[in-house]
Design a protein around this ligand. Structure first.
Ligand code: DGJ
Length: 723
């Protein structure tokens, strides 16, 4: 719900449990009055009047109480007495960079509109507030758009600029979201890391000054996720205020946190202003991607829960969003490039025996691709390797009772490929310089419509000619040599954003055309894990590190924001190929069941005991799949050495526990559960014991003595429902 108060000078955006309040000051500036647990009152503008100002900077507009530098501005400009980092910067034809937008009008309506050409969180039930501002000197109009998802306790924010002047303006910076807090008493929580250790949770105390977390890689990147949370200093998993932002965008992003000299904090998120410029001609408009803002008054758990629900219901557009996902076997770590039809069919036969539901043929099936040095772009099957056409292989896999899936890396081209020989002008590069390779490949210039059309046609031909029900869409390098041979010099700084818009056009077309195909995103693992990708592809291979113990932190960070069903998690071989660690099949299984379960090892080389154990894992996962993929996630333990989590869906509960290193003479403690009903009875593991919810949450489950490092335990509980 959106209320207009105080003579239409205050807008109160209400979800079921939260309030966001925005004020229009006498001067026409917009101010952040409040964001947090729900409040109910009719007056809020006093919050600004009550600010005890200590600044010696001059007043603005000669309004005595008005000292912009200490006002929690909603979308601050450059060039006025607020000397903090602005949310936007425009350059005008006369060389000036000063803007002055003031409140003009508002409008409220129901039903969220899709952002043109960009992924959007959508719901017909969302209430939308558009605040319109105008800069009278330049005749630019700005719309700050908020959409309130009441039942999900979430609000999205984006910005639109319309150029109603006669001149071209250059946008140097345009954040999608900005919120100002009258406090600096926060910790920041970011999801950072690198290839193979994506999305590790990192917390730090805020300091005076500007902290920037960004990506300049052409994708959201392995090293930093487009997510930020500010937490009260005493906030934890189940306690305290959390203010979170997550960017629905897959390219270069920027998060700015600025703590000023008056102990206030400004938090912003948007397209990276580094190496960005956008030329906005007269009568054109520019829309930013959107940010999803979630406040939780009860710690990280509630924030996680809100993101999960919103993303499954309103972000993921795939027909598979709410469907149970198949258990897959991928041949990458089983064979790498070294396979032939026999090897593939041996794996498929074993998978069929175990009960696996989908076979994914990874890299190496096309052109002359026997290593990573050639053939990207030559997307026709290597029939010698496959023993026939792709269609025939898919049919044979189907005959064994499995669906057939295929890996592809459509945004790339190898220098050693027919595609590159025919179209050297189709890659991202700058004139006169030799383009740099990474993994022996170039990036296709997705700013060019003909390149986009080529990719759409190529993928369509592949899907039209074989019974393919799953696509793994990979992207294995960062974008260097940023430039397009197709754009004039003054538009070269538009390339990174235009690349992402091109990618979104391709994804929109392909995923709409092939709704029966389940798409999984991948970028060398988790190099492009973000809500933008989830809009099109409802699952993502979150890391190339498939090892269970390393995966604990990777999956913990991912699942803090992204639904578990979206996280591809595979059991791979032991010793593991990335780090050499040896872990039991049981531990590998329990960790992979935290998300969207699959296998990635040579099943044809396993012994009978391993096959039997996998059969049990597969049938267990099928039986409890709904809870494992869609249950509410509760974190029970998250210390360096012990991890435990549980999932609840209806009356069913699955609890998982991992102890990383065992220590002599350390007595196992009990594991206390969360989220149960105090007075209800729960039976544990097929009636081995029955306890009340309050007992399980306060006294807990019995933990076994570890029989070695990387020990794991799992329980199934059912609430006893009286009939
Ligand atoms: C990187 C991916 O993350 C891997 O899973 C695999 O598909 C390789 N690319 C193939 O080249």
């Amino acid at each position: 719900m959106i209320q207009c108060l105080e003579n239409k000078r205050v807008f109160h955006l209400q979800t079921q449990k939260t309030s966001m309040i925005i004020g229009v000051l006498e001067s026409g500036h917009l101010a952040c009055l409040y964001w947090g647990n729900k409040v109910s009152d009719h007056e809020f503008l006093y919050i600004i009047k009550d600010i005890k100002k200590g600044s010696y900077l001059s007043n603005t507009d000669e309004i005595d109480i008005f000292k912009l530098e200490q006002i929690p501005l909603l979308y601050p400009a450059y060039g006025n007495p607020d000397m903090r980092t602005p949310a936007y910067m425009f350059e005008y034809e006369d060389g000036s960079r000063i803007s002055d937008f003031r409140y003009h009008d508002y409008c409220i309506y129901n039903g969220k509109k899709k952002l043109a050409g960009m992924p959007t969180v959508l719901s017909q039930e969302a209430n939308v507030l558009e605040l319109q501002l105008v800069d009278n000197v330049t005749q630019l109009y700005m719309t700050i758009c908020f959409s309130v998802f009441e039942d999900y306790n979430a609000i999205t924010q984006s910005i639109k600029i319309e150029n109603r002047s006669q001149e071209t303006i250059v946008i140097d910076k345009i954040m999608s979201s900005c919120w100002s807090f009258l406090s600096d008493q926060f910790h920041s929580l970011t999801l950072t890391g690198a290839w193979g250790r994506e999305c590790h949770i990192h917390k730090q105390s805020l300091q005076q000054g500007l902290f920037v977390l960004d990506s300049k890689r052409g994708a959201s990147g392995h090293g930093q996720n487009p997510f930020i949370a500010l937490m009260d200093k005493d906030a934890s998993e189940y306690y305290g205020n959390i203010y979170a932002m997550n960017f629905v965008y897959s390219g270069n992003f920027e998060i700015d946190i600025e703590v000023d000299m008056h102990q206030n904090t400004r938090l912003m998120m948007g397209i990276n202003s580094f190496d960005f410029k956008w030329n906005l001609q007269s009568s054109e408009s520019f829309e930013t991607p959107e940010v999803v803002m979630i406040h939780s008054g009860q710690g990280l758990h509630e924030m996680t829960n809100r993101y999960h629900h919103l993303y499954v219901d309103c972000l993921m557009q795939s027909a598979f969003a709410k469907k149970e996902r198949p258990i897959l076997i991928n041949n990458w770590e089983a064979t790498y490039f070294d396979f032939n039809k026999d090897k593939i069919m041996n794996i498929v036969d074993a998978a069929s025996h175990i009960g696996i539901e989908l076979f994914v043929l990874d890299d190496g099936w096309y052109g002359l691709r026997n290593d990573d040095k050639s053939s990207l772009g030559d997307w026709y099957a290597n029939e010698d390797k496959l023993g026939g056409t792709l269609a025939k292989l898919a049919d044979e896999v189907n005959q064994r009772g499995l669906k057939f899936g295929l890996w592809i890396e459509p945004e790339m081209v190898s220098p050693n490929s027919n595609l590159y020989r025919n179209h050297p002008e189709w890659i991202i590069r700058v004139p006169k310089r030799v383009p740099q390779q990474a993994r022996y490949q170039y990036v296709l210039d997705l700013t060019q419509t003909k390149v986009q059309d080529y990719i759409i046609d190529t993928i369509s031909t592949i899907i039209d000619n074989a019974h393919i029900e799953y696509i793994k869409w990979d992207m294995n390098r960062n974008i260097t040599d940023i430039g397009s041979l197709n754009l004039p010099s003054y538009q070269q700084k538009e390339v990174s954003h235009r690349y992402i818009l091109g990618l979104y056009r391709i994804l929109e077309t392909i995923t709409n055309k092939y709704k029966h195909v389940l798409f999984e995103g991948c970028a060398g693992g988790g190099g492009r894990t973000d809500p933008g990708i989830l809009y099109y592809m409802p699952q993502i291979w979150v890391s190339d590190d498939s090892e269970a113990i390393d995966r604990l932190d990777i999956q913990r960070g991912n699942s803090l924001v992204y639904p578990q069903v979206s996280m591809g998690c595979h059991v791979s071989s032991s010793p593991n190929h990335q780090n050499g660690r040896k872990t039991s099949l049981n531990t590998r299984g329990i960790v992979a069941m935290e998300g969207n379960f699959g296998y990635e090892l040579d099943l044809s080389k396993l012994n009978c005991e391993e096959i039997d154990e996998m059969k049990e894992q597969v049938s267990f996962y099928k039986q409890y799949r709904k809870t494992l993929q869609f249950g509410e996630l509760f974190i029970l333990l998250d210390s360096e050495n012990e991890k435990a989590w549980m999932k609840i869906l209806g009356d069913e509960i699955i609890v998982s526990y991992i102890k990383i290193l065992t220590h002599t003479n350390i007595v196992p403690k009990r594991l206390k559960l969360k989220g149960l009903e105090n007075e209800s009875l729960y039976c544990i593991d097929e009636m081995k014991s029955i306890h009340k919810g309050n007992v399980l949450m306060n006294i807990g489950l019995d933990l076994l003595k570890p029989d070695g490092d990387f020990f794991s335990q799992q329980w199934v509980l059912h609430k006893i429902v009286e009939k």
